[in-house]
Design a protein around this ligand. Structure first.
Ligand SMILES: Nc1ncnc2c1ncn2[C@@H]1O[C@H](COP(=O)(O)OP(=O)(O)OP(=O)(O)O)[C@@H](O)[C@H]1O
Ligand SMILES: N[C@@H](CCO)C(=O)O
Length: 312
């Protein structure tokens, strides 16, 4: 009888993780809804015989504290011995523009260490870990598993309790305008009120549930003018000159609806692909009228989430 050959898989010395950027809140789905987008960062970790992280290039230094925090939680959760590594961050997801750049870094580090250490955490484990690092699940879950995600957390601990995911096809384009003005999530959360008028909450629930239903049923024409948020946009949009006019201009140019992407500063319009170029031009022009330059990307949903693209 031939016995099966057991091979021990060699652990890689270097790994590159491609992580999609994401838009979150999607209007009134504050800290609950998110969509992975076809814009990416690549996080490369190279094993080293030192403790902690080192930058691959000077531009990576800025990400080291966030990477160290992610790595610290990963080693505890995975129950593996700490390793040192070099960190390199490359890609197109702009920093502090409401497109989940922090999640690309956090998710890239934990998924990279998962490979380098052979820890074998599942994508569910990674969703939960990155949610804990972020403090909310709305960018974390789509970045890890892709698609349009509706996530639920424990009200007191913030622990991720569940996520439902819907792939979104190429019938929809997500036109993003990112102005040349950063807005840190920490600052954009700090300006939110402690209390809300009761009917602002009611109107927001009404819009968010309708938007979820439109994405889940695929009746995308129902998205027309469907986003009405009273939870965060009224407080944040005034911080970004041209942001509200940019959403309005995108909708006037043919988009179905639009929202402040995450905590800003980017804004996003949902459009049919045939209308995307016109919508993008209108959004950029609105920022120009307010003396900001915006980079426009016409994106699709990413339905895969993070991927290991290189092992060496
Ligand atoms: N390319 C990068 N290089 C180094 N650090 C980065 C990079 N991208 C993101 N970071 C880290 O993420 C932080 C930005 O996180 P922040 O939450 O403010 O923005 P965001 O994740 O892009 O926005 P949002 O959460 O609204 O989508 C930076 O200050 C830095 O620590
Ligand atoms: N839900 C988060 C997303 C940004 O990280 C917020 O709006 O603050």
């Amino acid at each position: 009888m031939k016995l099966p050959v057991l091979r021990s898989r060699r652990l890689p010395a270097e790994v590159t993780v491609r992580v999609p950027g994401s838009t979150s809140n999607c209007g009134a789905g504050f800290d609950s809804l998110g969509m992975a987008l076809s814009i990416y960062n690549e996080i490369t970790l190279t094993r080293g015989d030192w403790r902690g992280s080192r930058p691959g290039a000077a531009s990576d230094t800025h990400g080291l504290d966030m990477a160290d925090e992610a790595a610290g939680l990963f080693f505890v959760r995975a129950g593996v011995e700490e390793i040192g590594y070099t960190l390199a961050i490359r890609g197109e997801v702009p920093m502090s523009r409401g497109l989940g750049s922090s999640v690309t870094l956090r998710a890239g580090v934990v998924a990279g260490l998962n490979e380098l250490t052979g820890a074998k955490l599942s994508k569910d484990d990674l969703c939960s870990l990155v949610t804990q690092l972020e403090g909310h699940p709305d960018n974390a879950t789509p970045a890890v598993i892709g698609g349009f995600c509706v996530a639920r957390c424990d009200a007191s601990t913030g622990e991720l309790l569940g996520v439902l995911r819907k792939p979104i096809g190429k019938e929809l384009c997500f036109v993003v305008a990112s102005p040349n003005q950063e807005l840190e999530t920490k600052k954009a959360r700090g300006i939110l009120p402690k209390e809300l008028p009761y009917f602002d909450a009611v109107k927001s629930v009404n819009s968010a549930t309708y938007v979820v239903a439109a994405f889940l049923t695929g009746e995308y024409d129902r998205l027309r003018h469907a986003v009405k948020d009273f939870l965060h946009e009224p407080y944040r949009l005034p911080l970004i000159p041209g942001a509200k006019p940019a959403i309005e201009a995108g909708v006037a140019a043919g988009a179905l609806t639009g929202w402040l992407s995450g905590s800003g500063s980017s804004v996003l319009c949902v459009a049919r692909p045939k209308d995307a170029a016109k919508v993008g031009r209108a959004m950029a022009a609105a920022f120009t009228a307010h003396k900001l330059t915006a980079t426009v990307h016409a994106l699709y949903a990413d339905n895969d989430g993070l991927k290991i693209v290189k092992r060496g």
